[in-house]
Ligand binder design. Structure first.
Ligand code: DGJ
Length: 730
């Protein structure tokens, strides 16, 4: 029993892992938020409510209890227009044109396990006994609006999955204007808000700001979760660090436009919210219809940011990612993009694959340029048939040439797009997002297919399935290289045009479900110009994402560190590329490129045939090292030790679940003259055990490594790094 109900006080106590989340129904029927934090035993936390009569400007909905006001009551899914002036969790326009609602408790039930969200990604319970779900029905009696809030708690995860289902029992049409997944009010504002923001080739940098009165939020209006913002925020309590303090995470399982933020009110309470972006959104709810929001995953940790991250990592790795690859070691790959770009033929591909095989690499990935007449990014998206000029004997022949070397074969697609210069566009000019009579703005010379249309969805499923069934392809890179403009659908009526962006996401999710379940033996990796759609929604369908188009080892320190705040290491694609680096021109050693890239799903993205004999020996060694620590990187616990946002050194480590083995990566960006002496401390080890540093035979105490630390390695060049591999002594 993870959900307790105290009937006399009408209080729900949700216990997830080490945390308690307590909510309840007030005397007037409002759903109030009482507490979220470290686990407590009792339930009567309604006594924490500080009810006092405020100035006359604060309205009260209960003349008999003037100290009760919706404007000061901490709530779970606040309405608009009936006396709470803070940001509402939802808003509707009723058939009479008004926007006022007031939700009160109607009923609730607790069910074992977790029901899936129809058509939407979400975390899941593999066995009904590992989770419990509370559903609370709230109603606005005046209009007939019904809201069902879902809360799932897991026995072994410090996480709560929240979503809302908004139903129309009014008998008249209702226009839904906002529908957040979660909202809750924390009792003070002594927090820093952490967000992961950036741009293309600089994704998910860590930014923190102290909360101030008013609104602070992150959002995307791009039709995708985006490079610029990530659907995640964390609130860091006073004094919290990587290893201690109360941290609250809110992560949205959605890949489209979103909003997440905090409004600090006049009494310094913090209203936290996350959901679909209500900007440019509305949804017509006909009588009897309902709308399901995506879900938000809330994780609390009293062990600092690192504790929160590991909470997300464990949940997302094991109960968000699905399919055969969830628990399987991911292959080391060689991708030809930065090796050849669009200029290749079958012989060149075979040469690169052969060189890869000789070095121990397991999978070859053919990137962009194999289809239509795609010699540049000017054409052919949508024409998913092989370019016989480049591959005269077709794909089947190429796959069998690569397979016969002992390598698996993977293929790139950008299924959601269409080039104006393509057979598909000439045949179906209406199939892209557009607004009649307006310019169709291009980005990377391409338009976005209207995934809200069934015919478009079917075309994508059929054309990709034909290719995927034509040869033993075991990996797909699913790319998406632009954001939405002129968001309109040719098939939707005028009063549903603002549904287009969300309908696109539902269409995309449906296509992904159909394709990934039809080809369960294929490992899918999502990509959006690198990490432009690195979000939990995509991870539900594809268990890994190409982290960034920036493959420079030094840039990757910040990108991978920031990404690790929420996302498991097993979800990050990470490759060694050529120097000077193609994105930033930096020259780094092969050793450092390897050490950074092996902190993820490892691979190479350069022309292996150009390597010298000496480099080949080094790569062979890197591949062997990765194979040796792959289980730690992909399935171990991850600890951030030194932040690239705070200094010249970065360090992180992986510890096996049974604490018998660990790997540490240390990188120094610039070589300091006559550098200071220092130490850095490890985490997550067994203090009572001894660990032998592999290759040296020297044993260290787990306590020593964690409390006294290791001497900071000394280097004599810029961009230097060191990898340590420890094993518990027998
Ligand atoms: C963007 C991706 O992020 C790259 O890795 C590469 O696949 C190109 N697209 C191909 O056009």
């Amino acid at each position: 029993m993870f959900i307790k109900y105290d009937e006399s006080n009408r209080i729900f106590h949700l216990q997830s892992g080490d945390a308690s989340y307590v909510l309840g129904v007030t005397k007037q029927g409002y759903l109030a938020h009482y507490y979220w934090g470290r686990k407590v035993r009792g339930t009567a936390l309604n006594r924490l409510l500080e009810l006092k009569e405020r100035c006359s400007f604060i309205p009260s909905t209960d003349l008999g209890q003037k100290e009760l006001s919706l404007d000061t009551l901490p709530q779970e899914y606040p309405s608009f227009g009936s006396s709470d002036f803070r940001t509402p969790a939802f808003q509707v326009q009723l058939a009479d044109g008004t926007t006022v609602t007031e939700l009160v408790y109607d009923s609730h039930r607790v069910i074992p396990g977790k029901p899936g969200l129809p058509g939407l990604p979400g975390v899941y319970a593999e066995d009904a006994s590992e989770a419990e779900t509370l559903e609370i029905v709230l109603k606005d009696a005046h209009s007939g609006l019904r809201v069902t809030l879902s809360y799932t708690v897991f026995e072994h995860h410090n996480a709560i999955a929240r979503s809302a289902n908004i139903g129309n029992d009014s008998g008249l049409p209702i226009q839904l204007l906002r529908a957040y997944s979660a909202s809750f009010d924390l009792p003070h504002d002594r927090f820093e808000m952490l967000q992961l923001s950036g741009t293309w080739v600089r994704e998910r940098y860590v930014h923190k700001r102290k909360l101030v009165p008013g609104m602070q939020s992150v959002e995307s209006r791009r039709g995708s979760s985006s490079h610029m913002q990530n659907p995640f925020i964390a609130l860091l309590g006073e004094g919290s660090t990587e290893t201690q303090g109360d941290v609250y995470g809110v992560s949205l399982v959605y890949s489209g436009s979103f909003a997440a933020g905090v409004e600090v009110d006049q009494f310094h309470t913090s209203r936290v919210f996350a959901g679909l972006n209500s900007f440019d959104f509305s949804w017509l709810l006909e009588p009897g219809e309902s709308f399901q929001t995506p879900e938000a995953i809330l994780v609390f940790s009293d062990a600092g940011l690192g504790g929160m991250s590991r909470g997300y990592h464990d949940l997302y790795r094991s109960r968000l990612c699905r399919g055969a690859f969830r628990d399987q070691a991911r292959p080391i790959l060689i991708n030809n993009w930065e090796a050849t770009y669009f200029k290749f033929n079958a012989d060149k591909i075979e040469d690169i694959a052969r060189a890869g095989k000789e070095l121990g690499i397991e999978l070859f990935v053919l990137d962009d340029g194999w289809f239509g007449k795609r010699d540049s990014d000017n054409s052919s998206l949508g024409d998913w048939f092989v370019d016989r000029n480049k591959l005269p004997n077709g794909l089947t022949d190429l796959v069998s040439r690569v397979n016969s070397l002992g390598m698996e074969f993977g293929l790139w697609f950008e299924p959601e797009m269409v080039s104006p210069d393509s057979e598909l566009y000439r045949r179906n000019p209406d199939w892209c997002l557009h607004v009649d009579g307006r310019r169709r703005t291009q980005a990377r010379q391409q338009h976005i297919l209207d995934m809200s249309r069934q015919d478009v969805q079917d075309y994508i499923v059929e054309s990709l399935s034909a290719i995927l069934s034509s040869a033993p392809i075991t990996y797909v890179k699913w790319d998406m290289n632009r954001n939405m403009t002129e968001i309109g659908s040719a098939l939707l009526p005028a009063n549903r045009q603002r549904e287009t962006a969300h309908r696109y996401m539902l269409g995309l999710y449906s296509v992904l479900e159909r394709i990934t379940t039809s080809f369960p033996h294929i490992l899918f990796e999502s990509c959006s110009g690198g990490g432009g759609r690195f979000d939990p929604g995509m991870l539900y369908y594809m268990p890994q994402t190409w982290t960034s188009d920036n493959s420079d080892a030094v840039s990757r320190l910040k990108i991978q560190y920031g990404t690790s705040i929420v996302y498991p290491i097993s979800t990050m694609g990470s490759h060694v590329s050529a120097v000077p680096n193609h994105q930033v021109g930096r020259i780094t050693s092969l050793e450092t490129r390897g050490n950074v890239a092996l902190s993820g799903n490892f691979g190479y993205e350069l022309d292996l045939t150009q390597f010298s004999e000496e480099e080949k020996v080094q790569v062979k060694e890197q591949v062997a090292i990765y194979k040796n620590i792959r289980h730690l990187v992909q399935f171990g616990d991850f600890y951030r030790l030194l932040s690239p946002f705070e200094g010249n050194e970065t360090a992180w480590m992986y510890v096996s679940k049974d604490k018998s083995e660990a790997a540490v990566v240390f990188v120094s960006v610039l070589q300091e003259p006559n550098p200071p002496l220092d130490r850095f401390r490890l985490q997550g080890l067994d203090p009572a055990a001894d660990y032998v540093l592999q290759g040296s035979g020297i044993a260290y105490g787990g306590d020593e490594l964690m409390y006294a630390g290791l001497a900071t390695p000394q280097f004599n060049s810029d961009f230097a790094s060191k990898l340590y591999h420890f094993k518990k002594s027998e």
